[in-house]
Ligand binder design. Structure first.
Ligand code: SAM
Length: 268
């Protein structure tokens, strides 16, 4: 499928103004700084604050910070990579994007859903655990999500369950949100099992979490899903996710596939 529309400016002018006017300063590059220790200082209301990237609740609370840091400075390519791979898969399988309802796991403030708009997908439900993600998504990309759930999917509230039950998901996206103390295999499985059989699954993960010795549980889970025909992978591609604070390239792996069956509860 060729992407005929340009990236829509669902980001309001206010978001772009916030990105442009935000002042941030990066630490001196330090080889010992791991990916989950990265931080910046940012000017917020006349005060300079130090914020760690993985403290997403604090990041999303400051308008434009995530976009300026992750997309402008770190040149993150992941949402666009998932869009391009999904576009190819939809084209090959003659999928009508207007029939797609996406469960966007680890949605943050909506960068992935926004990246998918040129595919003409119009139904998105965001799920995140950081309370500031939902107001940030509404603030930065008003009207993009049909629904948004702030919860831990391993123990969702009755309200969250009712919201999840009210949608028929036939696609799940999970971009740059697995591992590192972020989304664990149990949450990934809970979201995955919400997608109908035959539905599309699109996610990215750092290759470190796919090695034999990986302690996160994702390596084992994904291997079992493939071996037991739970997931049928149509595309698997290593790509440049972003650069880090030192300017070093971070490569991730993108997966596109179709769900064949639920992940059994006794695997987790
Ligand atoms: C690096 S951000 C990615 C945001 C978005 N997917 C993107 O690519 O722009 C990781 C997101 O995962 C969310 N997250 C972390 N743990 C989670 C969990 N257990 N359940 C749902 N979301 C979680 C964080 O709050 C954050 O919004």
């Amino acid at each position: 499928m060729s992407i005929v529309e340009t990236r829509p400016t669902s980001s309001s002018r206010t978001l772009q103004e916030a990105i442009d006017s935000l002042q941030i300063a990066m630490p001196v590059p330090d080889k010992s700084m791991t990916q989950d220790q990265e931080w910046v200082v940012v000017e917020d209301g006349g005060e300079w604050k130090q914020i760690r990237l993985h403290d997403y609740n604090d990041v999303f609370a400051i308008q434009g910070l995530y976009e300026k840091w992750v997309y402008e400075v770190f040149q993150c390519k992941s949402p666009d990579k998932i869009r391009d791979l999904l576009a190819e898969a939809f084209n090959d399988n003659e999928v009508d994007p207007s029939t797609i309802t996406v469960l966007d796991l680890g949605a943050g403030n909506g960068c992935v859903a926004e990246a998918l708009l040129p595919l003409k997908i119009r139904n998105f439900v965001g799920v995140d655990i950081a309370p500031s993600a939902e107001p940030a998504a509404h603030r930065d990309r008003p009207g993009l999500y049909n629904d948004f759930i702030i919860d831990d999917l391993t123990n969702p509230s009755p309200e969250s369950l009712a919201k999840l039950d009210s949608h028929d998901f036939n696609c799940m996206t999970c971009v740059a949100a697995l591992g590192f103390g972020d989304i664990p295999p149990e949450v990934f499985a809970a979201a995955y099992n919400r997608v109908s059989d035959g539905g599309w699954i699109a996610f990215t993960i750092k290759p470190d979490f796919l090695t034999e010795t990986d302690p996160s549980g994702f390596s084992k889970l994904i291997r079992r899903m493939l071996e037991n025909d739970i997931l049928d992978i149509s595309e698997r591609e290593k790509y440049l996710h972003r650069v880090d604070t030192r300017g070093e390239k971070l490569h991730y792996e993108a997966f596109i596939g179709r769900k064949k069956a639920d992940i059994p509860a006794d695997w987790l």
